[in-house]
Design a protein around this ligand. Structure first.
Ligand code: GLA
Length: 384
């Protein structure tokens, strides 16, 4: 049974009725533009074919109950007074809180959620849950579905309700992804441009199977370092520092802050060039830029890890690989590779062998397609 069928099936057995609504919101992988979103810069992620699904029906009152396929405890709360709880339900409550803070009048609903975005791997399972929740509220409370506004509310929920610092990238791509395309996002204006994937190429996610507990504190530290660098240059964000300005003034920065800033300034340029290469169908150039991004993240921003470096090298050794880099916040989690389509299964096997030999670990490999962002799926599925 597919995941959406399982979600529908569980809904039917709990509520003895078919769902009125089925929504899907995807996870994401970032092709390039890492640690640039909170510097008001550019990112180039794509929504992937792994997602969070919710089957739901509206309620007449202001109560929300959402059961999970994977966890025992449902998210169960009144919209009159939302109180903090624990676990995955915090994302549902946080989005409800964020929508009400934004002035929307919400009605309750009940449903079932399930997902196949690996949790904690850096593929934005939380943003997917947030945007699926927002999509359900929009439908059941009759709100206009404005993907970018909803992304901002999801980010606020994560920052202020869940208490995790993150930029705007993950929610934006989960809300606004486009099939067959990556999205160039200007994280200051939230202007987006859909950029097609080069023909005959496929995006492969390589999960190192390593997780680091200290990602949050290291992430916040990098943010502070970037803010310090922006203050030094007298600009609102590192986005506003050109390469020429960086080169002429960066000597006044301490060594660490200078390297952090150099990553952000060069990564913004690489991201814009990567979007250009994609429009030209130039997979070779796109791959080179991904390689350069990894070097910069490893040496200047210092957010890679031995496992990530190892899997990236294994990927690059394969002739079918155009380029590879770590993706997401770093320290563990996933790398992303651009690979010739026909050779992708052989590539997956070769990287698994190479990485296994080097580390003793078994990676997970996902050959991904680029999908649409959060959407209502017509309930035309066989529900048995
Ligand atoms: C995490 C955050 C994003 C972004 C990336 C790094 O995924 O949630 O907002 O900052 O790290 O590019």
């Amino acid at each position: 049974m597919s995941l959406q069928e399982r979600v529908i099936h569980e809904f039917e057995s709990r509520f003895d009725d078919s769902p009125a609504l089925l929504v899907r919101a995807p996870g994401r992988v970032n092709l390039i533009g890492e640690h640039t979103d909170y510097n008001d810069g550019f990112v180039l992620p794509m929504a992937i074919d792994r997602a969070v699904w919710i089957a739901a029906r509206p309620r007449r009152d202001r109560w929300v109950t959402c059961h999970s396929l994977d966890f025992d405890r449902p998210a169960d709360f009144s919209l009159e007074q939302i109180e903090h709880g624990a676990g995955w339900g915090e994302y549902v409550r946080g989005v409800a809180w964020g929508l009400q803070e934004a002035g929307y009048r919400l009605l309750g609903w009940e449903g079932v959620v399930g997902g196949n975005v690996p949790v904690g791997a850096g593929l934005s399972s939380s943003a997917a849950l947030e945007m699926a929740t927002a999509r359900v509220f929009a439908a059941t409370s009759d709100l206009p579905w404005q993907p970018l506004a909803m992304a901002r509310i999801g980010q606020r929920a994560e920052n202020e309700w869940v208490g995790v610092s993150c930029g705007i990238m993950d929610q934006t791509i989960s809300a606004a992804g486009v099939t067959g395309h990556a999205l160039l996002i200007d994280c200051r204006s939230l202007e987006t441009q859909a950029v097609p994937l080069p023909s005959e190429t496929v995006v492969v996610v390589l999960d190192t199977s390593t997780r680091r507990g200290l990602v949050d504190s290291a992430y916040n530290q990098r943010r502070r370092e970037c803010e310090a660098a922006a203050r030094f240059f007298g600009v609102p964000a590192l986005r506003d520092v050109s390469m020429a300005r960086f080169q002429s003034q960066a000597d006044g920065l301490d060594e660490t802050t200078r390297r952090r800033a150099r990553h952000v300034v060069t990564e913004n340029l690489r991201t814009l060039e990567a979007a250009h290469a994609m429009r030209q169908g130039d997979a070779v150039r796109l791959g080179q830029l991904m390689d350069e991004s990894h070097t910069s993240l490893r040496d200047d921003f210092e957010v890679s890890s031995d496992a990530l470096d190892s899997i990236v090298l294994c990927a690059r050794q394969q002739p079918a690989c155009y380029g590879a880099r770590m993706t997401g916040a770093g320290f563990g989690g996933c790398a992303v590779a651009l690979v010739h389509t026909a050779a992708a299964p052989a590539f997956a096997k070769a990287v698994t062998d190479c990485y296994g030999k080097q580390t003793g670990l078994t990676p997970r490999v996902y050959i991904c397609t680029a999908t649409d962002g959060a959407e209502i799926v017509p309930p035309s599925l066989p529900s048995h």
